[in-house]
Write a protein that binds this ligand. Structure first.
Ligand SMILES: [Zn+2]
Length: 151
């Protein structure tokens, strides 16, 4: 049964990658608008220099606790909360402001994750930080990957 689940999962990731790549190479005005929609939700005037919006700060507060779910470190002045796109918005612009695709992690972990696709990221964690692997799998964007398959 476990191997059946793994196989399905692998197919889902492969498909998500395919969908993402296809869209990525044919970016439309709509995609660009979707991409920017995150900036306008997150930052005043859509500009990171202007500070974060009340709405996004509330969301961050409601969707995080005291510790980063990846490294387990407590958020601090030097390493604060940041919003990450599980599936990178450069590749999946239409998921930029899909809240199933967002999670709060610390700034350092966000930097480390970079623009990796979720699947690559799981592999990266598995090899670099095996102790964190179980936690990462827990946060896997299952519903999102399934919806990509249906859409
Ligand atoms: Zn962290």
């Amino acid at each position: 049964m476990a191997s059946e689940t793994d196989r399905t999962l692998k197919e889902l990731f492969a498909l998500a990658n395919k969908v993402g790549n296809r869209r990525y190479h044919r970016l439309t005005q709509q995609d660009f608008g979707d991409y920017r929609s995150f900036d306008y939700w997150r930052y005043i005037n859509g500009d990171s220099e202007c500070g974060t919006t009340e709405a996004s700060r509330t969301w961050v507060r409601d969707n995080s606790d005291r510790h980063c779910p990846i490294c387990g470190e407590q958020y601090s002045q030097n390493n604060g909360r940041s919003i990450d796109h599980k599936l990178p918005r450069a590749q999946y612009p239409w998921l930029s402001l899909d809240f199933r695709n967002l999670w709060v992690i610390c700034y350092q972990c966000n930097q480390e994750k970079g623009e990796r696709h979720w699947y690559e990221y799981e592999h990266y964690i598995f090899t670099r930080h095996p102790a964190r692997y179980e936690d990462i799998v827990f946060f896997r964007p299952r519903h999102l990957l399934k919806s990509l398959k249906q859409g």
